[in-house]
Design a protein around this ligand. Structure first.
Ligand SMILES: *Cc1c(COP(=O)(O)O)cnc(C)c1O
Length: 362
């Protein structure tokens, strides 16, 4: 059987979470965000689970090509737009929708012109609503819109829409300035609007517009610091599972793992789990991070190693070699592990390493 570590991806859970998006934003079309290998869940699983979505969104051009080769015929939005002029040519060939976030991108459209109507690109002009990462401010946005919608570049494009991405949709009052700024910048401009990430889909229905862009919620994790995924009606789509491959019996004063970071206060058993940071488990997870062994809560004891981690089995007296371990999943929310490790569920799911075998549940 080999090493017992595996990631189980649940297609029904992914489907459920997409249905949850549709419940929350019934009037909007959905760009299911599948960047970073579908947040670690696999592009082919995403295609299968999100066949109800109106489009897929990502930023990697090689992955967009794979989506087309895998038979995805509906829209694909490139969230970071073209990185170089040649990307425009690929977008035309493969029918990709481009976010345009710099005025130079309009020159690139002219550099790789449409050969026939079939090569007209759908585009979304990106407004900088205060994140100051990607996007144009209002004057440049309006100039770009004028050039594309009925202006000199009109023959290069099909639909011309407007988008923005919030810096703080997950905190109370976090869009109080950004949302009115977007509305004002787009005043009177034609075209579909796409604004809402997961947090805005859940908390800011006024922003839903024509297309929403859910990411993390599709995978069953929370976009918020202090509201859990289950309470939002989401189901975890990834379980990271392994087994105990050894058990050490420690006397008081004996230590576990590199750096002897954990020392037994009393006689105890330490379980050794086949999972380490080379699998994507966070090395910085501290002693005390929850781990589920044989269905019961146990705790990380000692420093996470490349291929193994150790757990305190004091609360799992019936644990033995071969007992099942869940690092995150339905018995242990990924967000809880992330919080213990000082990060977010997003990072943990994206970090799942290629060496971990994936099992797909249908
Ligand atoms: C990643 C991303 C999203 C999805 O964000 P979540 O918080 O995962 O829902 C939406 N829009 C853009 C532009 C993104 O980069």
């Amino acid at each position: 059987m080999g090493r017992p570590l595996r990631a189980c991806i649940s297609i029904p859970a992914l489907r459920h979470n997409l249905r949850r998006v549709r419940e929350l934003a019934p009037a909007a079309r959905v760009w299911a965000v599948v960047k970073a290998n579908a947040y670690g869940h696999g592009l082919s699983n995403a295609i299968e689970a999100f066949d109800d979505a109106h489009g897929l969104a990502l930023l990697e051009f090689d992955a967009a090509q794979r989506l087309r080769e895998a038979g995805w015929r509906r829209p694909i939005l490139m969230l970071e737009g073209p990185f170089e002029p040649a990307d425009v040519a690929q977008a035309r060939q493969q029918g990709l929708t481009l976010a345009l976030h710099r005025p130079e991108h309009l020159d690139w459209l002219a550099e790789h012109p449409a050969r026939g109507d079939a090569q007209r690109l759908d585009v979304l002009l990106k407004f900088n609503s205060g994140m100051n990462r990607l996007g144009m401010r209002a004057p440049a946005l309006r100039d770009a819109h004028a050039a594309l919608a009925g202006g000199p570049l009109a023959a290069q494009v099909g639909s011309v829409g407007l988008m923005t991405h919030f810096a703080n949709a997950d905190v109370l009052g976090g869009i109080d300035e950004a949302w009115p700024a977007f509305v004002a910048a787009c005043q009177g401009l034609s075209g579909p609007r796409s604004v809402s990430n997961s947090a805005a889909i859940i908390d800011h229905p006024a922003t839903h517009g024509d297309w929403v862009r859910p990411g993390v919620m599709l995978y069953g994790a929370t976009p918020f610091a202090s509201r859990d995924a289950a309470g939002l009606g989401l189901r975890p789509a990834m379980r990271l599972e392994s087994e105990l491959i050894a058990i050490q019996t420690l006397s008081a004063g004996e230590s576990v793992g590199y750096g002897s970071l954990f020392t037994a206060a009393a006689p105890m058993r330490a379980g050794v789990v086949a999972c380490g940071y080379a699998d994507g488990y966070p090395r910085h997870a501290p002693v005390g991070t929850p781990v589920v062994v044989a269905g019961r809560r146990a705790w990380l004891a000692g420093r996470v190693a490349m291929d193994m981690l150790m757990v305190d089995l004091s609360d799992v007296p019936d644990a033995r070699v071969g007992s099942p371990v869940q690092l995150w999943g339905d018995q242990l929310p990924i967000d809880e592990v992330a919080q213990a490790a000082g990060t977010v569920g997003y990072e943990l799911m994206c970090a799942l390493a290629p060496r971990v075998p994936v099992i797909v549940e249908r």
